[in-house]
Design a protein around this ligand. Structure first.
Ligand code: UD1
Ligand code: UDP
Length: 398
């Protein structure tokens, strides 16, 4: 079976690499990889780390790209690869423009599509934008929907797509386990990474470390102005250290570097390599983010997570009580962070290690499902009182 995996951004790469490695190792599969290059530097960081050499790189990124400009380059480039490779199946991941364009391009050639990380929903097409629509398009097209959890499966069932679903866990936990095992087993590596952050106070004696990431398109403008104002005010309290690896999108870098560039206790970095970022998550006291992947990883590391969004398509950790939504309101962000910084007991209560998103074996299950080998689905329960986010139907039974 010739399987063409297509991905293009940092998070897709982190979440697809464990699967690609398993596909490469399976005797029944001929694995081909196409990266679209929707991201450049941030994608290459991940490929280099895991030693993945793509068969095709479409180098689609341009500076400050528009959605339609990027989409047109993606469709043209991906179609050429489909023509050359003639795969039996295409695999895409998640909710990016790359995933949507690759799935639709494969559909136009009647090639079956497997969707990794299917079924997440907020119910609002504009949050996250345009990702909620991208994910829905891919789910409608896909004939194999690899849902990470029972709740994402229930979302697909509510849209009459349940017959195509396999619950696998999220491959992000596979990647995180791989990385934590490397870090745990390699003290010199940990020391090398820690030496890159000489300014950080020791975790046991220092002030709390607030780790921040943010990049959502729907927060450009006013949202990021609020986020930056909140961080500036938090830094001025002198109660914490703030590390913020800044996404390369110019709509993020502009306000963040402009507002926070010269503040005491705020350390802005370029996007970090995955081992560095995982190490910082391990060292952090609180994670403040709008990222999808970080919302899944940080709870697995037992870190309290404040999410700068009004809704999330990842309700599992919210239900487990280790994630809170704080939106992009300046005061809400400030107060939520301060409350946790000031109250160590509250921080500890909030910081419980939970693993609702996976057990590290998602890639194995996906490869087994693709090649007809036996496997146990990821054991996951529908959230109590769960409702499909786009509907007001009665709760799905547990
Ligand atoms: C994209 C995805 C988003 C995902 C995010 C992960 C879409 C529509 N958006 O958003 O779902 O959560 O990636 O980070 O698919 N840039 C660089 N170098 C890089 C990467 C980006 O310079 O390595 C800059 C470029 O100017 C580029 C801009 O960032 O034009 C935006 O990149 P784009 O992929 O369109 O959007 P993201 O906000 O990164
Ligand atoms: N990440 C990283 N370096 C960083 C920031 C994040 O390696 O400086 C990783 C993080 O651990 C997670 C992924 O990138 O696995 C999340 O990517 P991002 O927030 O860009 O996208 P999203 O998950 O929101 O789509």
């Amino acid at each position: 079976m010739r399987i063409l995996s297509i991905f293009g951004t940092r998070p897709e790469a982190i979440k697809m690499v464990p699967l690609v490695k398993r596909l490469e190792a399976d005797g029944d599969v001929q694995s081909v990889v196409c990266v679209t290059g929707q991201h450049q530097t941030m994608l290459q960081q991940v490929l280099d780390l895991f030693g993945v050499v793509p068969n095709h790189n479409l180098a689609a990124m341009t500076a400050n790209q528009t959605l339609n400009g990027l989409a047109s380059r993606l469709f043209a480039g991906i179609d050429g690869v489909l023509e050359t490779e003639r795969p039996d199946r295409v695999l895409v991941h998640g909710d990016t423009l790359t995933s949507m364009a690759a799935a639709l391009a494969a559909f136009h050639r009647r090639i079956p599509v497997g969707h990794v990380e299917a079924g997440l929903r907020t119910g609002n097409l504009y949050e996250p934008w345009p990702e909620e629509m991208n994910r829905r398009v891919v789910d409608v097209i896909g004939d194999l929907l690899f849902a990470p959890t029972a709740s994402s499966q229930a979302n697909l069932e509510a849209e009459a797509l349940g017959g195509r679903v396999i619950v696998t866990g999220n491959t992000v936990i596979d990647a995180l386990h791989l990385m934590c095992a490397r870090l745990d087993g390699d003290a010199p590596m940990r020391a090398r990474i820690d030496a890159q952050f000489p300014y950080l106070e020791p975790p046991d004696r220092g002030r709390p470390l607030l780790l921040v990431t943010g990049h959502r398109r729907e927060s450009f403008g006013e949202g990021f102005a609020n986020i930056c104002a909140a961080l500036a005010a938090l830094a001025q309290t002198g109660k914490m250290q703030i590390v913020y690896p800044v996404h390369l999108n110019p709509n993020v870098r502009g306000p963040v570097l402009g507002t926070l560039g010269h503040l005491n206790d705020v350390y802005l970095t370029d996007p970090l390599d995955y081992p560095e970022f995982v190490r910082l998550m391990q060292r952090a006291s609180i994670v403040l983010t709008d990222s999808g992947g970080v919302q899944e990883e940080a709870p697995a590391l037992g870190k309290p997570v404040l999410v700068m969004r009004d809704v999330t398509e990842r309700p599992e950790a919210l239900a487990a009580g280790t994630v809170r939504l704080v939106g992009t309101d300046r005061n809400a962000i400030q107060q939520s962070v301060l409350q946790l910084v000031d109250d160590e007991a509250e921080r500890r209560a909030f910081a419980r290690r939970v693993n609702p998103y996976g057990d590290g074996h998602a890639s194995e299950r996906i490869v087994a499902a693709l090649t007809g080998k036996p496997f146990e689905p990821f054991a996951s329960r529908v959230l109590p009182g769960y409702r499909h986010p786009g509907r007001t139907a009665p709760p799905v039974e547990d």
